[in-house]
Design a protein around this ligand. Sequence first.
Ligand code: NDP
Length: 289
Amino acid sequence: MTQSITGHTGLLCLLGSPVAHSISPAMHNEACDALGLDYAYLAFDVPEVDMPKAVEALKLFKARGWNITMPGKNIMCTLADNLSPASEITGACNTIVNEDGVLTAYTTDGIGFMKAVEECGVNIIGKNMTLLGAGGAATAILVQAALDGVKEIDVFNIRDDFFGRLEEIAEKLNERTNCTVRVHDYFDPEVLRKAIANSAILVNGTSVGMAPNTDRSIIQDTSLFRPDLFVFDVIYNPKETKLLKDAKAAGCKTSNGMYMLLYQGAASFKLWTGHDMPVDLIKEKYFSA
Ligand code: NDP
């Protein structure tokens, strides 16, 4: 890739801190190479306080766009000129498109989730969902699922700092979409049991079970699983969390968050380049089992 960089090469990048572990540079550069698109994608470690300076520099360099990871997802929305519906509702974004200095913010994590679920052969449109967590990944999933036509969503989170923001998001979704969103805390196990019993899909949107704490699961009571429940975990490290192992043992169809990661990247790629990411190639190189 570096051999093909010229004076014409356009800039794409990732902003956040830390970023060195990210798969995004490899994924996007590979896709650009495969399609003969003249972009280079770099990762810049930028703390939240320096995001405004980074944005000014990227505008000056006429960067085509960028991804944002923690801790920049919220502040980036305040630096953009326009917000997609999902970013407006959550106040967060993971993608910026730069059209001649006019910045539009998008959230592609939820798009990636919906595409990953579809690829598992599971249709959740018009069905009910139970969603655990209210952080960045969970709220992106919540908003996209509601916008795309999931019928009812029960969201569970600990009653803490995230909770008030979750209630605000739920209120907006109940006003603006046909989806009914209900917000609960975890303290009533019967509410959780009932929600899961009425759902086609259970989503872990929390970091519980992520490496190195792989012996943990957000669901301790495995009697909540049943064979026709699809269980999705946003975590991709480890590839099979304790939650997914337990669900699989109970006969559930399961998926980890790897293809959500792939398809959020593919959605950003399409926004910047207008081209479909060659996902089969990217899967083979970076997402194989
Ligand atoms: P955030 O820090 O924004 O959110 C973490 C969430 O987990 C919060 O809702 C938090 O609840 C909850 N949580 C943490 N510990 C517990 C606990 N012990 N009990 C109950 N809830 C808990 O992180 P992200 O949303 O960015 O990331 C969450 C996970 O999703 C990570 O594992 C990350 O790797 C993965 N991810 C996957 C993506 C993909 O494409 N597949 C994309 C982005 C993230 P509380 O309000 O109580 O803190």
